[in-house]
Design a protein around this ligand. Sequence first.
Ligand code: PHE
Length: 347
Amino acid sequence: MKEQLKLIEQNAIAALNEAQTPAALEELRVRLLGKKGELTAVLKQMGGLSPEERPIMGQLANTVRANIEQVMENRKAAIHAAVLEQKLASEAIDVTIPGEAVSLGHQHPMNMVLQEIKDIFVGMGYTVVDGPEVEFASYNFTRLNIEEGHPSRDRSDTFYFDENDEVLLRTQTSSMQIRFMEEHQPPLCMLAPGRVFRKDEADATHSPMFHQIEGLVVAENITMGDLKGALITIMNKIYGHDAQVRFRPHHFPFTEPSCEMDMQCHKCHGTGEVDGQVCSTCHGEGWIELLGAGMVHPEVLRNCGIDPDKYSGFAFGIGLERTAMGRLKITDLRLIFDNDVRFLNQF
Ligand code: PHE
């Protein structure tokens, strides 16, 4: 029996030292020390020993068991360390590999120009306001002196929401003139940038959705000279002092007199031609219309409860995309809406 125990111990230690995985180790534990294991089998024979031999064999069996357990513990730790070692090696991070650059975005070019324009007007004392894009026809047309039957009210020009043509996507930020005068008494200086919508086909200078910046000044003794002064000041600040602009007489139902202001085309420099071809940016005009403006019509003031005999004012509506085109030398308005990063990255 003594030999038997010694043999078990020897074989066990050899087998344990060969085990490579936690699973192999567990299998050995069951085989050697389990209830149906080799050691237990030997201990079951103890009943057949003499009373003198029994404690000696008992002690030896315990020593063998303790030795096996000790070797098993050591082996377990060694396997654990090896597994960890392998895992660390396979998951190693090479901190010397160059990182991936995260590209930072920036403001959209149109917002950059809008911000510039707002800053200039705020510096001149204007209050910047926001208003609804879904508007009543009364604000967009009627109270601006645009009577029923006027071509711009036509369904082919305007997006209506209802059968009665009372609610629409605003076609101009001029609706904000009425909204502002409803709530403020002169003297007042308002700037209202925002989106407007028209049934226009898109081309180099048109889009069914675009941005306008409405301006309105009402006080005593405001003249057309104030309007021209304000607009020229703005253009000089945006485009520099050599900016080429011109005023043309025009008609708007809500201003009298009215005008439009053009900027010389930055692509053909006013010639209307590029390499013998009609300039695609200004359609050969040599000029690009930037804004409509004029002296606020007395009827519009009256519609807002302001006395036209005491007060006068001017208003303008700047096309933001076209202004941005000139400011950033963009030759096609559609690029502003495409949002191709190759385009956006240039600014
Ligand atoms: N609302 C006009 C347009 O969209 C522009 C304008 C604004 C004209 C203010 C005069 C005064 O064309």
